[in-house]
Write a protein that binds this ligand. Structure first.
Ligand SMILES: Nc1ncnc2c1ncn2[C@@H]1O[C@H](COP(=O)(O)OP(=O)(O)O)[C@@H](O)[C@H]1O
Ligand SMILES: [Mg+2]
Length: 249
C-alpha cells in the first residue's frame, strides 16, 4: 500500500503540495486528476524518494520514505515501476539496450544476451513486435516509444506502477490503446497503479477511483460514479463538463 500523509512540498516560494492525504489501496488503479502545474508529478515522485518531503511522509509497504535508509529506498524503488511522461529513453541506445539497463543492476550484472529473450517477452506484453529490439528510439513513433517506456517500467516486475501522463501527446487512437494497455497490465501483473492524467477519458476508463488534486490538496477521491454526483463546485468544474453526456448516454 502507498499512503501519502500530510505531504508538503515547496520550491522556494511556491507551496506546491499543501498537506496531501491519500491512500492507494492494494490492487486498485487510482487515477490522479488535476490542473496542469498543480503538483501531480511532484506528488508521485515522492513515492519513489525522488523528492524529499518538507513535512509529512509517504509510506510504501510500511517503509517511511522520509526516514528511509539507502537500502530501504532501493527496496522501494525495486517495487515501483515509473512510466515517465516523455518515455525518457536513452537515444543513443537501442531498445534492447534500454530494456537491459532496467532488467539488471550492478549487483546482478546480467549480460545483454541473457536478457534478450526476457526483453522480447516484455515487448510482447506491451504489444510491440520483437523486431523493435534493435531499433533506436528515434526510429519509433511516439506511441511506440511510450510502449517501450512501459516495457522498461515493468522489467523488474514491480508491485506498483506509476504512470505520468501516459496518453498526453498521443492521438485519440493511440491514447485508447494505452488505456487498454494500462488495464491489461493491471490485470496480468496484478499491480497497484497510480495514473496521473489530465485526460478525463483516461481517468474514467482506467480508474477504480479518481482523486482530484487541487490547490495542493486532495479535493475528492471517489469512484467514477460517485465523483460524477459530487456537488462540490470545484469537483463539478473538473469532471462534469465533458462527462455529463457520456453518463446520461
Ligand atoms: N524540481 C523542481 N524545482 C522547482 N520547481 C518545480 C520542480 N518540480 C516541479 N516544480 C514546480 O512545481 C509545480 C508542480 O509541478 P508538477 O508536479 O510537474 O505539475 P503537474 O501537476 O503538471 O504534474 C510547477 O509549478 C513546477 O514548475
Ligand atoms: Mg506532470
Amino acid at each position: 500500500m502507498i499512503e501519502f500523509r500530510n505531504l508538503h512540498k515547496s520550491f522556494d516560494d511556491l507551496h506546491v503540495l499543501r498537506g496531501v492525504d491519500l491512500r492507494v489501496e492494494e490492487g486498485e488503479t487510482l487515477a490522479l486528476l488535476g490542473p496542469s502545474g498543480t503538483g501531480k508529478s511532484v506528488l508521485i515522485k515522492h513515492a519513489m524518494g525522488l523528492l524529499d518531503p518538507d513535512e509529512g511522509d509517504v509510506i510504501v509497504d510500511g517503509i517511511s520514505i522520509a526516514n528511509a535508509t539507502p537500502r530501504e529506498l532501493r527496496k522501494v524503488r525495486r517495487r515501483i515501476g515509473y512510466v515517465f511522461q516523455n518515455a525518457a529513453l536513452f537515444d543513443s541506445l537501442t531498445v534492447a539496450e534500454n530494456l537491459w539497463l532496467a532488467q539488471t543492476d550492478e549487483k546482478e550484472g546480467r549480460s545483454p544476451q541473457s536478457c534478450r529473450a526476457e526483453g522480447e517477452d516484455l515487448l510482447h506484453r506491451v504489444n510491440l513486435d520483437p523486431t523493435v529490439m534493435d531499433k533506436y528510439p528515434s526510429e519509433l513513433s511516439g506511441g511506440m516509444r511510450k510502449r517501450v517506456g512501459v516495457a522498461r517500467a515493468i522489467a523488474h516486475r514491480p508491485r506498483y506502477l506509476l504512470w505520468d501522463e501516459p496518453t498526453t501527446g498521443l492521438d485519440p487512437v493511440n491514447a485508447d490503446n494505452i488505456d487498454e494497455l494500462i488495464m491489461e497490465l493491471d490485470r496480468q501483473l496484478g499491480v497497484t497503479s497510480i495514473v496521473v492524467t489530465h485526460d478525463l477519458d483516461t481517468a474514467f476508463e482506467v480508474g477504480d477511483r479518481i482523486a482530484l488534486l487541487y490547490e495542493g490538496r486532495v479535493r475528492a477521491v471517489q469512484t467514477p460514479d460517485e465523483i460524477l454526483k459530487n456537488e462540490d463546485p470545484v469537483v463539478r468544474k473538473f469532471v462534469r463538463r465533458s462527462r455529463v453526456d457520456d453518463a446520461v448516454a
